[in-house]
Design a protein around this ligand. Structure first.
Ligand code: GLV
Ligand code: MN
Ligand code: MN
Length: 423
């Protein structure tokens, strides 16, 4: 069998997953693209749909204190620790439909398959759909998985979205209690492991002609917001040498960030993905500009050095242009290695399905970065077309969805908790 071709016996599992991916993608804040962010009406509608799927897969399912969807398939006895599977169901702006939902929906379909066969395992299976991984609405990321890991910082409920709505207010509007987010927290004793299937979001598996891969580690990331303040003024009357143009200063900073990362050939990447200038009129010199900075590197030491260098350059630009500067770190995550004992079980499931075992790191962030605080983490990557992600052209072939589903199902059925796996 060619690596990547699906066996007919599981085509229905892949078909179910793709059908649900399409149904979920129809729930969007905007009509022209796919955007689904934390605590919106669309978050609520998506949660209700996913809870329906969980229940039809035989799971007890509920919405937790941060808006995650949680399903549980009991083991061969009640109250056993679980193997937790999951991924996120929020999206970036103008997103693809696979980033997050593929892992969540595949996990639900695998549990549905077990339930149809009346299969109970010596551990429970829980599937968690995390409500906010991307961090699009409130700048802090991984809010859903941090709440589950018990590391949600209460102070973030004070942050505001772009429309000035505080998270506290959005939580109340959604029907959640901002003072009881701690109720979503789980403990290490309740979990054997956290395993996530996700699209690769890069071109490596495609280049290897492989449908699936074993993830070795999730690269760390730092996100900052910079705000430069100068002096607004008349675009026709203020001579160039007397200006304190915040946007021109921001543009210089953005160029410096790109240059620092472009001239580093060891995998450092830096992105300014959002910029906002005020007051925002063609005939007014911009008095203030805010922009985000996202920096990632293969090692934490490398990323930290790069961030320090970028901060120094921004400070120098601000000083020379007589702009005042506020720089805030909004997100900082260390590199998270996948547990060797879980990598072994992922590899065994891949080779058990007849595919060559190939290991690769994840440049993208995932909920495992938060879950590591209460569980060992494993990940399976599924090939995507052209390595495209965070873009509406993101695509996974049905055969690869099938391959991923079969690998995950085999992984679940053969799963052995760490202590037993050692024996
Ligand atoms: C999540 O997709 C991230 O890597 O930013
Ligand atoms: Mn993403
Ligand atoms: Mn994702």
């Amino acid at each position: 069998m060619e690596a990547g071709s699906a066996g007919p016996e599981n085509a229905s599992l892949g078909g179910e997953v793709v059908g649900r991916i399409n149904q979920l993608a129809a729930i969007s804040e905007t009509s022209q693209d796919l955007t689904r962010t934390f605590l919106t009406r669309e978050h609520r509608a998506a949660a209700e749909l996913i809870l329906t799927w969980m229940r039809s897969a035989g799971m007890a399912a509920h919405l937790d204190a941060i808006g995650n969807v949680c399903g549980r398939h009991e083991g061969d006895r009640p109250n056993l620790p679980c193997l937790m599977l999951g991924s996120h169901y929020d999206t970036v702006r103008d997103a693809g439909k696979w980033d997050g939902p593929l892992g969540l929906i595949t996990a639900i379909s695998c549990v549905g398959d077990l339930a149809r066969r009346g299969r109970r395992l010596p551990f429970a299976i829980e599937v968690t759909g995390f409500a906010d991984e991307e961090g699009i609405r409130f700048a802090s990321t991984l809010l859903g998985s941090r709440a589950v890991a018990g590391t949600f910082e209460e102070s973030v409920v004070g942050t505001k979205d772009r429309a000035g709505i505080p998270m506290r207010e959005a939580l109340v509007e959604f029907g959640l209690d901002p003072d009881h987010i701690g109720a979503a927290a789980r403990t290490r004793r309740e979990l054997h492991a956290y395993i996530e299937l996700h699209i690769e979001q890069g071109p490596v598996l495609e280049a290897q002609n492989l449908p699936v891969g074993v993830v070795t580690a999730i690269a760390g990331a730092t996100r900052l917001v910079a705000r430069l303040t100068g002096m607004a003024g008349h675009a026709g009357t203020v001579p160039m040498r007397l200006r304190q143009d915040a946007l021109a200063g921001g543009a210089e900073c953005i160029g410096a960030i790109e240059e620092s990362c472009r001239t580093d050939d060891s995998g450092l990447v830096g992105t300014v993905g959002y910029i906002h200038a005020l007051p925002g009129a063609a005939n007014v010199i911009p008095g203030q500009v805010s922009f985000t900075i996202d920096v990632r590197a293969p090692t934490d030491a490398h990323r930290k050095r790069a961030v320090a260098d970028i901060v120094r350059q921004i400070e120098n630009i601000a000083k020379r242009r007589e702009l005042s500067l506020q720089l805030d770190v909004t997100h900082e995550n260390r590199t998270v290695p996948c547990a060797p004992w879980l990598k072994q079980q992922v590899a065994a499931a891949i080779s058990g399905e007849g595919f060559p075992v190939f290991e690769l790191p994840s440049g993208a962030g995932h909920d495992g970065m938060a879950m590591i605080d209460i569980a060992d983490v494993g990940m399976v990557f599924v090939r995507c077309r052209g390595g495209i992600s965070h873009h509406p052209d993101e695509h996974v072939e049905l055969a690869d969805v099938d391959a991923g589903a079969r690998v995950l199902l085999r992984l679940i059925e053969n799963f052995r908790p760490r202590d037993e796996a050692r024996r």
